[in-house]
Design a protein. Structure first.
Length: 179
């Protein structure tokens, strides 16, 4: 992970200099998704048998849509140093470092079923408003919730799940019995 953090720090530093933190974050995230969905492309870039010139042509074609001059150079450096197998970790570290630079909190929204991007966005907006700054959430499934959602951002828990409501009801009833 140390390698990933170092390379992420380098690209985030470059993004800051160019005043393009969001652009780099989006591009690296989309490339990470591309490589996760296209294992053959990643294997080709990892291969010791494919000449770097061929890999570099592929990279130039892959990143030209982002119109970020140094993105291709960064990808070529990773490929030439044979670090493509670290790319997912680099992408995660870039996301984390950019979010720290932009004061964006990261968290999780737990639900019984997969949430749509529109639903996640609505929850992010609501939690951002409560916290006073931007929040980005990743959806994780938790069938124990029965229904609703539970959001965790750092050490804050926002529980709108049926399980949470049942737990609260149970605790209230127990408190009344004790009195």
């Amino acid at each position: 992970m140390d390698v990933a953090v170092r390379y992420a720090g380098a690209i985030v530093s470059l993004a800051k200099e160019e005043n393009k933190l969001n652009e780099y974050k989006l591009a690296i995230s989309e490339l990470d998704t591309f490589f996760n969905e296209n294992a053959d492309a990643k294997k080709m870039l990892e291969s010791y048998f494919v000449p770097n010139e061929d890999k570099f042509i592929f990279i130039d074609e892959l990143v030209k849509k982002y119109k970020i001059a140094n993105l291709a150079n960064f990808m070529k450096l990773i490929v030439s140093k044979h670090l493509m197998f670290h790319f997912h970790d680099i992408a995660k570290a870039v996301n984390k470092q950019v979010n720290q630079e932009l004061n964006i909190d990261e968290g999780f929204v737990y639900s019984v079923n997969e949430l749509t991007s529109k639903e996640i966005k609505a929850i992010e907006d609501a939690i951002s408003k409560k916290r006073g700054h931007k929040v980005e959430l990743k959806n994780k499934l938790d069938p124990r919730l029965i229904g609703g959602v539970k959001v965790i951002v750092h050490d804050h828990i926002y529980d709108g799940s049926i399980l949470g409501k049942l737990e609260t009801l149970k605790n209230n009833l127990n408190e009344r019995r004790i009195k």
